[in-house]
Design a protein around this ligand. Structure first.
Ligand SMILES: [Ca+2]
Ligand SMILES: [Ca+2]
Length: 307
């Protein structure tokens, strides 16, 4: 668990003692309810993959779980506004996939060109070997050219893509927050093999996080990830009519492990769009052209560490 930010401390301080900050005046609630709130958020709603932005998605839920009275809710809203993590009100789920149905379904799966002619040709597919819930998940090396047997190892020279989109974040009312939420199981070679997730405005150039969990490439079982699109400031997708989301798995030339699984994928926006929710485009009957460019300074392995 890491709320690796003085901002979270400021939020807790404001809620506890009250005060004026960033144009907001917060009535203090005292230590006990704030401790209960953060405990609920950390222990019951956040898990190890969470980061500071996850607070945005869970603080109100935590307060709701604890049956906070309106006055305390008001303090929480003001404290959230003061530290600028507002935006999650009346959220809607734009798309979700538990990977139980036919794969790839709404995803476009492809092999990228990072390794050129050396590519393994293996990419994401459906697996029943590991799953968080139900009978299946998405596995980084379950499809393509001669995928490995379930529960064995991904091949070297992988560049497997799984892309969803385009979906719209432009429907009224104005989007205040949008995020993806999913669960991961990682067993990969740290720090040379990695899984990446990110967003794009053209379906080709993705910006996000590459993860190779240190020190051993393993997550402690399944971990929950909340990827707030505000984290990717160089690709501002809020308000855009065509947005793509992707997972990418890359392995280098030597040393392989079991790989990466994804389950319980959800795509959210806040507030909910007025009228009918249109969950992106229908699945394409044509193979998608491989997205090959990842434009992020955070592509470096280990830039984000699951712990
Ligand atoms: Ca599942
Ligand atoms: Ca490797």
């Amino acid at each position: 668990m890491h709320f690796n930010s003085g901002v979270a401390n400021k939020l807790a301080f404001l809620l506890t003692d009250g005060g004026a900050f960033n144009g907001q005046t917060v009535v203090g609630l005292g230590i006990t309810p704030v401790a209960e709130l953060l405990y609920e958020a950390q222990v019951n709603l956040l898990v190890p993959a969470s980061d500071f932005y996850d607070l945005d998605a869970v603080l109100l839920q935590a307060a709701n779980n604890l049956a906070w009275p309106p006055g305390a809710f008001d303090s929480l809203q003001r404290a959230r506004s003061a530290v600028e993590i507002t935006g999650v009100v009346n959220p809607a789920t734009l798309f979700q996939d538990d990977f139980e149905g036919g794969f790839p379904g709404s995803w476009q799966v492809s092999v990228g060109t990072f390794w050129g002619s050396d590519t393994s040709g293996v990419t994401w597919g459906q697996s029943t070997y590991r799953k968080l819930e139900g009978n299946a998940s998405a596995y980084c090396a379950a499809a393509g050219t001669s995928p490995p047997l379930p529960g064995t190892m991904y091949p070297p020279h992988m560049d497997g893509w799984m892309v969803y989109g385009p979906f719209s974040l432009a429907q009224a009312p104005t989007v205040q927050a949008a995020w993806a939420e999913f669960d991961l199981f990682l067993d990969i070679e740290y720090p040379f093999d990695e899984v990446f997730w990110g967003v794009s405005l053209d379906g080709q150039n993705f910006d996000g996080f590459a993860v190779s969990p240190g020190p051993d490439g393993l997550t402690p079982g399944w971990v929950h990830e909340v990827f707030n699109f505000k984290e990717v400031q160089s690709t501002p997708v809020l308000g855009q009519g065509q947005v793509w989301f992707a997972f990418n798995f890359r392995s280098d030339q030597v040393v392989e492990y079991e790989g990466t699984y994804v389950d319980s994928f959800k795509l959210h926006r806040s507030p909910s769009p007025s009228g009918q929710v249109i969950p992106g485009s229908p699945p394409s009957p044509q193979p998608a052209p491989p997205p090959v460019v990842v434009t992020t300074g955070r592509r470096a392995s280990g830039a984000v560490t699951l712990e």
